[in-house]
Design a protein around this ligand. Structure first.
Ligand code: FAD
Length: 491
């Protein structure tokens, strides 16, 4: 069934997380109402709808990890919990009256470009089609949980769930629990559940560098001050952002002297939290600071000082009906297993079949790895703007800094299309190639290339996920649309 498109300039936004909601607000602010938001889940929120595990919170300070055009003076903590971030997003949907634009429970499952009409036809999971002049794809990069391939996983007789699919109906109190994985979600969940469970076995494959989070609650007085003096909130945001950029080179550059500063900070944190030298040795990474994601926590390492928490460094052999068996033959009896192994990297491939000019598929365009001009547009796929696309992930600061620049870029294209009689804008292949040669050329100076095999590298070792540089530099490059880099087709 063809979905009736009454608007002369229909815009489709795919996904209603931070990126989709931010785009919708920017469109509204520009007086554009002709957009529809498609969200496959039953509610908005993306990351913050799905990650409700105990301890879930942002690890970039809330004043910086929020939209610059919708700052919130009332964050409860320096790093606010997941449910508060979700409430913030829900509040924005109400404030900007986005509900009427939302199609919840509707996934986009395919898209085709019609070069003659200058339109995209989108297929939905509900069997409808929708025609749009512009598509803004905000499908997220960390959406689909990754489950480990462990023999016997389906035969486990206790409860098993992923951190991003937390089973709130299952009470962990007094239970024997195993956590598989020691990444960003694990460092939040372990200290949160340790005090209530009978036993907690944490299965570690690779230790990570952890730095103090220095989290704290904002007093009522501080919140009132942020409300009364918006410049104070803006200043706090700026300071948080500036600090993250200042520390950036220590996190993303292959500069052993800078890495040594970060490693020293992390080692001191470990010493302060863990008394036993043998345990400290097991928790200490043996790769350069920044090569894998730096974790922030005030209490993760200290959890291992508890009597009921054990660090298991022996590799997992299999899952048996009653628990986890490690390679040394030991069976760790468990009532529940929490899978904290992160997400399938969504940045690296087409989220669904996308067919551009000349019938070319996005999968074919990306067969040697996902590339996009400024991480946003792909030659041959006109009027299609990707938010959080290839090489736009940060390791050191808020994702939203990048997302906002991408939204600004898409909006400039939308103005052109709406007001200058333009049928489509399609990034030129040479501009895209030039941009990506520059990005990949910088990778050799980045710490991710120092051999620790982070999860975001492709099989051939190339990095199509992270941006090799400062966020501010990316923003300066990306927020303006340079018409000379685009083929601009008139009707
Ligand atoms: C636990 C966790 C903590 C994080 N903490 C931070 C942090 O502190 N700082 C930071 O900068 N970043 C953090 N991130 C990264 C985070 O993903 C981004 O900051 C941000 O939330 C991404 O927003 P998004 O809208 O781009 O994607 P998402 O929030 O992932 O939203 C994408 C939405 O698109 C929907 N969707 C996907 N495919 C389709 C489809 N085909 N059709 C329709 N809808 C679709 C999904 O259901 C989802 O709702 C964290 C991520 C996780 C998982």
């Amino acid at each position: 069934m063809e979905h009736p498109t009454s608007s002369p300039f229909p815009i489709a936004i795919i996904g209603a997380g931070f990126a989709g909601i931010g785009t919708a607000i920017r469109l509204k602010q520009a007086g554009i109402e002709s957009f529809t938001m498609f969200e496959r889940a039953g509610e908005i929120g993306g990351t913050w709808r799905d990650n409700t595990y105990p301890g879930a919170a942002c690890d970039v300070p809330s004043h910086a990890y929020s939209l610059s055009f919708e700052q919130n003076p009332r964050w409860s903590h320096r790093y606010s919990p997941s449910e508060e971030i979700q409430s913030y997003l829900l509040g924005l949907v109400e404030k900007w009256k986005l509900r009427s634009h939302l199609r919840l429970g509707t996934a986009i499952v395919g898209a085709r470009f019609d070069e003659t009409a200058g339109t995209w036809t989108l297929d939905t999971s509900t069997g409808e089609t929708f025609t749009a002049r512009v598509v803004v794809s905000g499908v997220g990069g960390l959406v689909d949980p990754a489950y480990p391939e462990i023999e016997g996983i389906e035969r486990f007789e206790g409860e098993l769930f992923h951190t991003a699919r937390w089973n709130h109906a299952f009470d962990l109190t007094g239970k024997r629990v195993g956590v598989i994985g020691t990444g960003a979600s694990a460092v939040q969940v372990v200290p949160s559940i340790a005090p209530k469970v009978a036993r907690l076995d944490v299965f570690q494959r690779t230790p990570a560098w952890v730095v103090p989070k220095l989290d704290r609650r904002y007093s009522e007085r501080a919140k009132r001050a942020f409300e009364r003096f918006p410049w104070l909130l803006r200043a706090s945001r700026f300071v948080q952002y500036a600090l993250s950029e200042l520390f950036g080179p220590m996190i993303f550059l292959d500069a052993p002297r800078l890495s040594a500063i970060g490693e020293g900070m992390s080692r001191r944190h470990l010493h302060a939290q863990v008394k036993d030298p043998a345990l400290r040795e097991k928790l200490l990474p043996h790769f350069q600071f920044g090569c894998k994601r730096i974790l922030v926590s005030d209490d993760y390492w200290a959890s291992f000082e508890r009597e009921n928490v054990e660090l298991v460094t022996e590799a997992i052999d299999r899952i048996v009906p009653g628990g986890i068996q490690t390679k040394d033959g030991a069976v760790h009896g468990l009532d529940a297993i929490v899978v904290a192994t992160g997400f399938a990297l969504g940045l690296a491939s087409a989220p669904f079949p996308v067919t551009g000019r000349g019938g070319r598929s996005l999968d074919d365009a990306w067969k040697d790895g996902a590339v996009a001009y400024k991480g946003m547009t792909v030659s041959g796929f006109p009027n299609w703007f990707i938010l959080m696309g290839p090489n736009t992930g940060p390791g050191h600061t808020s994702v939203l800094v990048y997302t906002e620049a991408q939204i600004a870029h898409a909006l400039q294209a939308i103005y052109k299309l709406m007001h200058e009689g333009v049928k489509f804008v399609d990034v030129r292949q040479d501009a895209q190639d030039r941009y990506n040669r520059g990005i990949q050329g910088r990778m050799k100076y980045m710490v991710w290339s120092t051999g620790c095999h982070p999860w975001y590298l492709s099989k051939d070792g190339t990095n199509h996920a992270l941006y090799p540089g400062f966020a501010g530099e990316y923003v300066l490059r990306a927020r303006h649309l340079d018409p000379s880099d685009y083929e601009i087709a008139a009707f």
